[in-house]
Design a protein around this ligand. Structure first.
Ligand code: GLY
Length: 566
């Protein structure tokens, strides 16, 4: 990263009685790994991680730090950090309580099952992916206030760093400059007024981005709480924006939006206790199915990314994603046989046609029979007392709908595309769905986000998550197996190449640096193996408890991700 400005402006964040900490928004670098004793934050952007660290250092707990980091990401990482999208929080508190907060977007009340089909029944994917009609009712701000009950610092302290970053500006990375330049045409086409992301001359790393309108929206949230977003001036600006572009989010949709605390999905794997996200994320179910399928097979003996271990994991993924497509949807709207889907009996039956050395086939292996750009972002936090927070949040595609609420300065999501627009028609991630994930007013679209905490002897051992659309659950599956079964350290567990199979398309997608000999062996078994770019951006914290507790936090090398700690 190259920077930058001769004049440096340092933001002082008043975190307690007096200003105690500072983050330099004009001069920073990504730090990929820290090993510390007290607490750590890892996120997609150095400034957001540093904000979280300052909150921890000033006495905040992991929930405080996660809230502040998430709000900072909405400013410094607008491609996925957001207040106009939604997400999930999974937490383990020092008192032993496990928490899952669902703030996934909802379909507006005027949404309907076939709203993205033309008169001939053909899907119009541009409408579910671009602009006004693609937006679900945002959940992030409601989610933040739902999590405030577990915070220890006043909200004003947690949101102030984000306000400062928006108001005073920060220097953008080279990667963000490239994104903004690539999307300039769409930002112009999909907006009725020019957003802060558009400027005459091309952006370059080290340029300063100031977001005044966003700063004012954040101040309304600071002063009026959730009402500062879902009612009053911000709501009026959202609805006015909708009216300019045939969008359907109404005042009532905004006012009625609520986040929901759900029972976390919990299960054991080889003596570890996994705490992850239930529906409307498919991630927890996929993670449990895939881990349970491999649990009684000696994958460690097969060794890391040999054809044998990749085949086993691929066949587990194939079956799980076939089930996702048929059965999974918003549990508040449809019946989902979760207990059966993760039962030993069902999973044993699912693998009966598994033949080591021979590729399965998605035409014959469908869902089981019983009587669900990859831009999202993740942050992991641990504090000195052992509170752990894992948050994945998204606008769906990179920069969401690319529509910014004029006067309010934030991007709206294009999460409606995560519904099944039409049974069997792939969404932007190539995932197909069915009736269970059909659009209905007030319903939450199926997600893949898998914020996860792994406990060992009832204490946080791994705090992990990643963006990556449908590749999210398989990346978390691999990261856990890398640590527990292949004995990797945190860095290798994140950095080693990843692969992904999601039933349809029937192919194993592998990262460019995936082992060439394994590709040949898998091809000889009958698999179609396709190289692709980076899979996800995993943020992992790994805690070991020897004579002294040691916390290692790793930000993925696949982006500007950053790990901070003390
Ligand atoms: N929008 C990506 C997901 O929720 O899975």
């Amino acid at each position: 990263m190259k920077h930058f400005k001769i004049v440096q402006i340092v933001l002082f964040f008043c975190l307690s009685v007096q200003c105690t900490a500072q983050v330099d928004a004009y001069q920073y670098q990504a730090q990929k790994k820290v090993t510390v004793a007290n607490g750590a934050v890892v996120s997609a952007h150095p400034l957001a991680s540093k904000v979280g660290l300052q909150i921890l250092k000033s006495g905040g707990n992991a929930v405080d730090a996660a809230i502040a980091t998430q709000l900072a990401l909405a400013v410094v990482y607008p491609g996925a950090g957001n207040i106009g999208g939604g997400g999930f929080m999974v937490a383990h508190l020092k008192n032993g309580k496990n928490i899952a907060i669902d703030y996934r977007e909802k379909a507006p009340s005027k949404a309907s099952r076939d709203m993205y089909l033309d008169a001939n029944g053909n899907p119009q994917m541009n409408l579910s992916q671009d602009g006004y009609l693609a937006c679900g009712v945002p959940g992030t701000v409601a989610g933040i206030f739902a999590s405030m009950k577990y915070a220890s610092l006043p909200f004003k302290k947690l949101i102030q760093p984000a306000i400062d970053l928006a108001e005073n500006g920060f220097v953008i990375t080279a990667g963000m400059a490239e994104d903004l330049n690539d999307l300039k045409k769409e930002f112009v086409q999909l907006n009725t007024s020019t957003p802060a992301f558009v400027k005459e001359t091309p952006w370059k790393g080290g340029d300063t981005l100031v977001q005044e309108d966003l700063a004012n929206t954040l101040k309304r949230i600071r002063d009026d709480g959730a009402k500062g977003f879902y009612e009053g001036v911000t709501a009026k600006l959202i609805v006015e924006e909708m009216e300019k572009g045939n969008g359907i989010i109404s005042f009532d949709d905004l006012k009625k939006y609520t986040a929901k605390e759900r029972a976390a999905m919990e299960f054991n794997y080889k003596g570890y206790h996994i705490v992850t996200m239930p529906l409307p994320s498919s991630g927890g179910i996929i993670l449990e199915q895939t881990l349970k399928i491999i649990e009684h097979r000696d994958i460690a003996a097969m060794k890391f990314q040999t054809a044998a271990s990749v085949q086993l994991m691929t066949e587990a993924e194939r079956r799980s994603y076939a089930d996702r497509a048929k059965y999974l949807g918003d549990i508040d709207f449809v019946k989902v046989p979760v207990a059966t889907l993760v039962s030993d009996k069902y999973l044993t039956a699912r693998m009966q046609d598994y033949t080591p050395g021979k590729a399965g086939n998605s035409e014959t292996i469908k869902a089981g029979t019983i009587k669900e750009s990859e831009e999202t972002t993740h942050l992991s936090v641990i504090d000195k007392d052992g509170n752990a927070v894992s948050i994945t949040t998204t606008l769906n595609g990179g920069y969401g709908s690319r529509t910014v609420v004029a006067g309010a300065g934030f991007l709206l999501n294009n999460e409606m595309d995560d519904f099944s627009v039409k049974p069997g028609v792939p969404n932007m991630y190539g995932a197909v769905g069915a009736e269970a994930n059909a659009i209905a007013p007030g319903k939450r679209m199926l997600s893949s986000m898998t914020p996860t905490i792994v406990l060992k002897n009832d204490q946080p051992y791994m705090v992990v998550g990643t963006p990556g659309g449908t590749t999210i659950p398989t990346s978390i599956f691999q990261t856990i197996v890398n640590v527990i079964d292949f004995g990797m350290d945190a860095e290798d567990a994140v950095y080693k190449p990843k692969f992904h199979h999601q039933w349809l398309p029937d192919e194993i997608a592998v990262e460019d640096d995936f082992d060439a000999a394994t590709v040949i062996a898998l091809t000889n078994m009958g698999y179609h193996v396709k190289k692709r770019g980076p899979i996800g951006r995993t943020e992992l914290i790994l805690i070991t408890y020897g004579q002294k507790k040691s916390i290692t936090a790793v930000g993925d090398k696949r982006g500007d991700d950053d790990a901070e700690g003390y």
